[in-house]
Ligand binder design. Structure first.
Ligand code: HEM
Length: 412
């Protein structure tokens, strides 16, 4: 199929990558500042309390670092940089970052909905909604121009994608509303097993989609099994989510067990595809963290375990395993795939994963100790101070790696 004229400068895509790495750097800096405040609260800056910096750290890592590589991926799928509206690509990214910056000022000003990762409220919420609408309009305009050159199946799939993306701004406004809450585990106040399975299945879906959109398949034999199991997993999620329950209920554990086969099945599925140079380390790290995440989540979602580690550093360990480990690897891999360039020197990749793993181990050990007896709250025992110190040191190594990545991309 003949392709249309191709403008040379893929600026929208590289702008999204640069902004993503900039937000990662800023998010890590806030993370280090938080860890210093836990060691010595005397470092507080005026009214900007610890509680006001936490949503900044979380939301910048989610809506800045984790989201913008996905935006770069969308730019490559919808060929925004090859369309007549290429100049609107960087504009959409700047609108996204401007809305996030407004959010940061809001959260430091104490303006938050109080919902984790959904702190968007009033002006900041509408600024971010406007940024999403601008992005959607740029993708739709690019689709309208570029899809004339695409095969029928790709045209239909990307149009359906646009339909799905159109729901995102509305679902964020809905989910950020103080009146809306997901089902919770009554005994821990946290998510149910089925909710955890549901959110993980979205990630599984992305990992099934990525090789089929961004890599070349070496083995064209049909393998329906993986899709049948994916569909079955969603049915199990639907049924157990409707039933609700707690980590005492076998059906909630049963829904979590449906995640285990993906530890083996996804890496096996990815081996059927050809991957660009510079991606092997990130693919290996991503599946390493994924396996650890699924297995430890199953071990945590048990009576006597979850009850002990709830509200301790062990859950912070879990969050960093999920995001500083797994999603960071997924996002870095995306950047390698859409830019066809490596993400930092190999030593920086090893530095990031080594430090993140050490941070997770220390936080998990601290959490287990904290869950044993609350006396640490009054005494600040040496083991805890040492743990907080090690976490800060790990953070310093991680910010070093992310600075290298940012500087390497800023030049291009
Ligand atoms: C320089 C590296 C980092 C440091 C020093 C750091 C430090 C921290 C600190 C001190 C907290 C608050 C913990 C508490 O309230 O007890 C935290 C929470 C969190 N961080 Fe980081 N962080 C870093 C990197 C990251 C990255 C890269 C991500 C995501 C991509 C991330 C995601 C999170 C999340 C989701 C939480 C909430 C944990 C919870 O409440 O369960 N962090 N981090």
């Amino acid at each position: 199929m003949r392709e249309g004229p191709t403008p040379t400068d893929p600026s929208g895509l590289s702008t999204a990558v640069r902004h993503a790495l900039g937000w990662l750097l800023f998010g890590n800096a806030v993370g280090i500042y938080l860890s210093v405040l836990l060691l010595d609260p005397g470092w507080q800056l005026g009214a900007w309390t610890y509680g006001r910096w936490v949503p900044v750290h979380l939301n910048v890592q989610l809506f800045g670092w984790t989201s913008l590589p996905l935006v770069a991926w969308l730019f490559s799928i919808y060929q925004v940089d090859r369309s007549r509206l290429a100049a609107w690509g960087p504009a959409a990214v700047w609108a996204w970052s401007a809305a996030l910056a407004i959010g940061v000022l809001d959260w430091l000003g104490g303006q938050t909905s109080g919902k984790i990762f959904l702190d968007w409220k009033s002006g900041a919420l509408w600024a971010f909604t406007a940024a999403q609408v601008i992005l959607w309009a740029v993708l739709a305009a690019a689709w309208r121009e570029r899809s004339a050159y695409w095969p029928q199946l790709r045209r239909a799939a990307t149009l359906a994608g646009l339909g799905g993306l159109a729901l995102v701004p509305f679902s964020l406004v809905f989910a950020a509303s103080p009146k809306v809450y997901p089902p919770i585990d009554q005994t821990t106040g946290g998510p149910t097993g089925s909710s955890l399975q549901g959110s993980a299945l979205i990630v599984v879906g992305l990992m099934l989609l990525l090789p089929r959109v961004a890599a070349l398949c070496k083995d064209s034999r049909r393998r329906p099994g993986i899709w049948i199991f994916f569909a079955l997993s969603w049915i199990v999620f639907g049924v157990t989510e409707a039933m609700g329950g707690t980590h005492h209920d076998p059906h909630q554990i049963f829904s979590m067990l449906f995640l285990l086969p993906w530890v083996w099945w996804l890496p096996r599925d990815w081996r059927r595809f050809e991957w660009p140079e510079g991606s092997v380390a990130w693919r290996g790290a991503m599946f390493g963290w994924w396996g650890m995440l699924v297995v430890t989540s199953l071990a945590m979602y048990r009576v006597g375990v979850l009850d002990r580690i709830k509200f301790t550093q062990a859950l912070v360990a879990h969050s960093h395993m999920a995001m500083a480990g797994f999603t960071t690897s997924f996002c870095a891999l995306l950047i390698v795939l859409v830019t066809r360039r490596r993400m930092g020197p190999p030593s920086s990749v090893a530095l990031w994963h080594g430090a993140a793993f050490a941070m997770v181990l220390v936080l998990a050990a601290m959490g287990w100790m904290e869950g044993a007896h609350p006396s640490w709250m009054l005494a600040s025992p040496a083991w805890r101070e040492l743990g907080l110190l090690v976490r800060t040191a790990c953070g310093a190594l991680m910010i070093g790696a992310s600075l290298l990545w940012y500087l390497e991309r800023r030049k291009s």
